[in-house]
Ligand binder design. Sequence first.
Ligand SMILES: *Cc1c(COP(=O)(O)O)cnc(C)c1O
Length: 356
Amino acid sequence: MTAPVYDFRSDNVGGAAPELLEALVTANAGTASPYGDDDHTRAMNARFTAAFERPVTALPVSSGTGSNAVALAALANPYGSIYCHESAHINVYECGAPEFYTGAKLVALPGRDYKLHADELDAALSLAGRGNPTRVQPFALNVTQPTDYGTLYRPAEIAALCEIAHAHGLKVHMDGARFANAIAALGCSPADLTWRCGVDALSFGATKNGAMNAEAVVVFDPALAASIPFRMKRGGLVLSKARYVSAQLDRYLADDRWIERARRANEHAARLAAGLGALPGVTIVAPVEINMIFARLPDAAVAALDAGPLRYYKLGREVRFVCRHDQEPEGIAALVDTVRAALGSPAPGRVPLRPG
Ligand SMILES: *Cc1c(COP(=O)(O)O)cnc(C)c1O
């Protein structure tokens, strides 16, 4: 037998949830109209409307990058800019897709805890040169919730950012690739985290939380949604057999399993962070609020991890561990024990008893 491999690279290394696979099998019966003109896509839209407590337009897509790109394109002007945090996925990990689809300049701002802050955004937008034809004209703010470093905006922080953005004439796009982890951690409703704060368009991720390549562009204003089918088709993003993505998302939101899965992933990460954070020489570099841990480890610990059955990503001096809804608990123990052994720390409970 080969030794088990514990994979902490990302939540997209995990499997699909059983009920979503069942939904695929059910959706497989018979024929359906192509390109999203099918009953599953209509049911999915009704489901999103119920989950978000207002009429929304939800379009099925297969990647978060595509979802971000068309959502931003729907908000774009032809001479514009998109404001985002410098660590944002759209700025770092999308090969310029947002710029490609929108023609916009990305303006990436720093900010503590990997987040944008309303006062700093206000100051930056005040210098943007609105109305000056030598300057790009800002049209969108991207808020990545949770952030790419696993930190969370509170609803009040999102509301404050939206208020500033709207006051400067920008629409707000939320990148919710790990939306479920935010909902589970904050205990608020989808509406409370989005349109009630002023968010105009949402990239709703499900793949990292147990779906099979299923994401949705969710738009809260029908006028903004009108151009998206055309932008998607021109961009090669319209799914011919949309029913398979729509059926998953319809089932995804049908009960609270999506939130329970995300909660499990978050809890695994909290346990892992507690175990690692207690070891001398280990620095957790960002607050662990969802299912991701960023840490700095002594070289000996990195060498020991690389020698063992553990997979994870290195980002420069930092390492990243992501926990999943289908995380093996033994993997967490294996990771902590490997680092502990490399650092020569005694295992808890195996501390020698004092005589007497
Ligand atoms: C994973 C991720 C995406 C993109 O998803 P893909 O499906 O890989 O294109 C977008 N934003 C964030 C914050 C992500 O973590």
